[in-house]
Design a protein around this ligand. Structure first.
Ligand code: ATP
Length: 831
């Protein structure tokens, strides 16, 4: 199959990762891979101009050069015979080797560069690319193959030219990465294809053989859009990075807003979708947000906004952040403009107010970890969908549902997306909300719960709970955000949030304080642990711990932490046999950079540390590439859980990854050295790039990072040298990622709901003999899209206690993918 990929509509971070992934996955499946420059416009223009140019001037020279090298006389690509010796291997291996270089990375980036040998991109929009042409692409924002809005493609004539251009190059499958407009265009193109073929044939532009060979166009869509506005997918490519940019801006604005006691109105993108504004509101700790799907409840909305902000100011808040989505409207569909919001705040509340419009900065910058991992996985799935496509199957869109990559019918997704806009335009806001994914509504609830001070809504005295909150184990991004959400929810309900400082040791020393609404205001963006954390378990003195529970009259416990917190919960639950003080609802919210808590797919902090790893590795790779031929062995934390190393390797394009789960052996190392030698041998002379190897800190006690580095340096000889870098505790720190913050709020509020539910059940029992069931000591887990409560006893069955990790992990196949995407299996078998 010949697969072409194009990026269309507005650019978004992660588009390059899609191109890289489609090209590599395509080659691995034995396909020929092509890119189309400048979106649909490139498809319409094709290579006509280039062909004419070649015909007029260099056709003879090109044919002669091609004949001399034994390659096909095709002016559109240069065949560079592989220089590898030995067994050529199977089809996929040959495909990889033969396609190492067809285009040229720098050539594509320069766009119009003319090379001495006649290669040029001028007038050439459909270009064959090989394995190495897309190497390292996903560290770059935007789209390196260009994007455009094409009016020509909206016309039948334009699409006729596009079809002709594809057929001329023999291409029979198309991957389109863009927004809903681009995907609509893709579907129109596919639906119309049979007619276009008949027309081209009747005009004598294609032969009967071409009609037969191209009767069916295979198309698959990937959603590249920073707004996260597409239905039937939870996350679009580029949206996480845009959210990063917005949160960075809010974090920066926060300090100046606080200093001057100012109000800031921040306008963010989102014409028809409030996802960016909503998530930025949650993760940035904003005071008020305006989104298209849910306009302010009351009219005039100015009163509602001013009342909320006035409340915050009355409790002593010095700064105010209001976020306005580009498409924000009131209940009568009148646009809500940030300048007007500013005027209202200034005139009614007398606040010194400024407007910041983030504009295109939201699109830019290096993609975050999620915008490397998800597009990579989606690109692989796109190729699989193309290969399985038949004339009967619908065009698919590859999306994310329930944390899994999914194929959904493209047109259904586009229609549903349009339905949201229609519902909004008909003032059916509930319908618009229901058409978004369930997390959207939960995030909105989360925002309301953590940003509003509604004292009048507190629960009756007998339903109020004294909730103890504690951090356990090593710090992880999102711990403070989760605590902030819990505290604010408690205050809103009339509960008492009690912080246990410094874990169980702190409890025994009476380090318990009541937290206030304002006191936790700036915790959203704070890394580390504001409460203080350590690894001491309650078994240090279970009886004394129970006494303290009684003394402080804890009626519920929320522990935020990693494997220690899980262990602590087990001990406390076991202690219920002897100590009535533990017969209260107790929850564990997993937070650890290692992501090693059993049964949950994500712990708080795992996204932050992945991003820290990506940042560090990008810098290291730059240094490694500057030295042209350096292998960097990067050591990561993670204990005996290889999540961080494996997903990190996928996010940075590492060529090898070592984990405790797979272990390390001499045979493995011998094959890896062989792979590296083969790979460096295949690099264009003088243009070798640095390569990363990621090693989890405890992969092997013998083949340490130092040993591995020395071994690579020794074996690399003149081909490559090796250095090491240990990321250590840098992975724990820094500002928590927006994903971790938003997840923290969502899960924390679910913990509070759990506590209220189980507290109510206990209240119904007789006071003297209150007995908490096993279900009331539970861990909150993310399993696919659903959040599941697992009693701690049940968790035990799924835990590998000796190695401090789960028995089964969802990411176990990622290591193979990491290695497949650098061609390791193929390059090893060829020698
Ligand atoms: P963004 O979310 O950034 O706006 P988009 O993909 O929705 O991205 P559009 O400008 O709507 O951006 O569409 C991109 C291109 O897709 C258009 O310039 C046009 O070439 C093509 N396209 C859109 N709608 C159609 C259609 N109905 N028929 C044919 N082509 C279309």
């Amino acid at each position: 199959m010949k697969i072409a990929i194009l990026t269309s509509g507005g650019d978004s971070a992660g588009m390059n990762a899609v191109v890289r992934s489609v090209v590599k996955a395509g080659i691995l499946k034995g396909c020929e891979t092509w890119i189309v420059r400048e979106g649909y416009e490139g498809l319409v223009r094709g290579n006509t101009e280039y062909h004419n140019h070649i015909a007029a001037s260099t056709a003879a020279a090109a044919a002669a050069a091609a004949a001399a090298s034994g390659a096909a006389a095709h002016p559109n690509f240069e065949f560079v015979p592989p220089t590898i010796d030995g067994d050529p291997g199977d089809g996929a291996t040959q495909g990889l080797l033969h396609s190492l270089r067809f285009g040229d990375g720098p050539l594509l980036r320069d766009g119009t560069a003319d090379y001495a040998d006649g290669r040029t991109l001028k007038g050439r929009y459909i270009v064959r690319v090989g394995w190495d042409d897309v190497r390292g692409w996903f560290a770059e924002g935007g789209t390196l193959i260009g994007t455009a809005r094409s009016n020509a493609f909206r016309t039948v004539d334009g699409r006729l030219a596009a079809a002709h251009n594809l057929i001329k190059e023999g291409i029979d499958a198309l991957v389109v990465c863009g927004g809903d407009g681009s995907l609509t265009g893709a579907d129109v193109f596919r639906a119309e294809w049979p007619k276009l073929i008949v027309e081209l044939h009747s005009q004598g532009k294609i032969t009967e053989a071409q009609v037969q060979a191209h009767a069916h166009l295979r198309i698959v869509g990937l959603v590249g859009s920073i707004d996260n506005d597409m239905s039937m997918t939870d996350l679009t490519i580029g949206a996480p990075t845009a959210l990063h940019r917005i949160c960075e801006a809010i974090d920066n604005i926060n300090s100046t807003a606080f200093s001057h006691s100012r109000a800031f109105v921040l306008e963010v993108m989102g014409r028809h979708c409030g996802w960016l504004a909503l998530l930025a509101g949650v993760a940035g700790g904003a005071d008020f947000i305006f989104i298209p799907e849910r306009p302010p409840k009351s009219m005039p909305w100015e009163d509602e906004m001013c009342a909320a902000i006035q409340h915050h100011r009355e409790v002593g808040k010095r700064k105010t952040i209001v976020i306005v989505a580009e498409g924000a409207i009131d209940r009568d569909l009148n646009p809500i403009r940030s300048e007007y919001v500013k005027d209202v705040l200034a005139e009614r509340l007398g606040l010194d107010t400024r407007v910041t419009t983030l504009g295109h900065t939201q699109r830019g910058g290096r993609p975050c970890a999620l915008d490397r991992i998800l597009p990579t996985l989606q690109g692989v799935e796109a190729v699989a969908a193309l290969l399985e496509s038949t004339p009967e199957t619908p065009s698919y869109m590859i999306g994310m549902q329930e944390n899994k990559i999914r194929r959904v019918p493209l047109m259904e997704a586009v229609k549903m997306t349009r339905d949201v806009s229609r519902a909004i335009s008909e003032k059916k806001f509930e319908e618009a909300m229901s058409l978004r994914d369930p997390e959207f509504a939960e995030s909105l609830d989360g925002f309301t719960a953590t940003s509003t001070l509604m004292k009048e809504k507190v629960l009756p005295q007998d339903q109020r709970i004294r909730v103890a909150i504690m951090h356990m184990g090593a710090p992880a991004g999102g711990m403070n955000a989760a605590t902030r959400a819990a505290v604010r929810y408690c205050i809103r309900q009339g509960h008492t949030p009690l912080a246990i400082q410094n874990g169980f040791r702190g409890l025994l020393d009476d380090n318990v304080v009541e937290l206030s609404w304002l006191g936790v205001d700036s915790w959203m963006a704070r890394g580390g642990s504001e409460l203080g954390t350590n690894r001491t378990l309650p078994s240090i003195d279970l009886g004394a711990v129970a006494t303290k529970f009684q003394e402080f009259n804890f009626q519920a416990l929320m522990m935020i932490g990693g494997f220690e917190a899980f262990n602590a919960l087990l001990i406390l639950e076991g202690g219920r046999k002897h100590y009535p003080a533990f017969h209260i609802p107790m929850v564990h919210l997993p937070a650890t950079i290692s992501n090693n808590v059993p049964m949950t797919e994500y712990s708080l902090g795992s996204d932050t540390s992945l991003n820290a790893l990506v940042d560090a590795c990008d810098a290291i790779k730059q240094s490694a590439s500057a030295s042209r031929n350096r292998v960097f062995v990067v050591e990561t934390q993670g204990g005996k859980c290889g999540y961080l190393a494996t997903m990190g390797a996928l996010a940075v394009g590492a060529c090898l990854v070592y984990t405790h789960e797979t272990g390390m052996s001499l045979d493995m190392l011998r094959r890896d050295v062989k792979f590296l030698k083969t790979r460096y041998n295949l690099d264009v002379k003088g243009r070798s790039e640095g390569r990363l190897v990621i090693r989890n800190e405890v992969s092997s006690s013998v083949y340490t990072t130092d040993v591995l580095t020395k071994m690579f340096a020794e074996e690399g000889g003149v081909l490559f040298d090796a250095r090491s870098a240990s990321l250590g505790h840098t992975l724990q720190g820094g500002i928590p990622s927006p994903t971790d913050r938003a997840r923290a709020v969502r899960l924390s509020l679910k913990c509070m709901a759990f506590i209220e539910r189980h507290h109510a059940l206990l209240q119904r029992q007789h006071h003297k003999t209150r007995h908490a069931t096993g279900e009331s000591a539970a861990v909150i887990t993310i399993q696919s899209s659903s959040v599941e409560w697992v009693p701690v006893e049940e968790m035990l069955k799924h835990a590998d206690m000796a190695n401090r990790r789960g028995k089964h992990v969802w990411w176990s196949e990622v290591k193979e993918l990491v290695e497949a995407l650098v061609g390791r299996p193929q390059l090893i078998t060829t020698h």
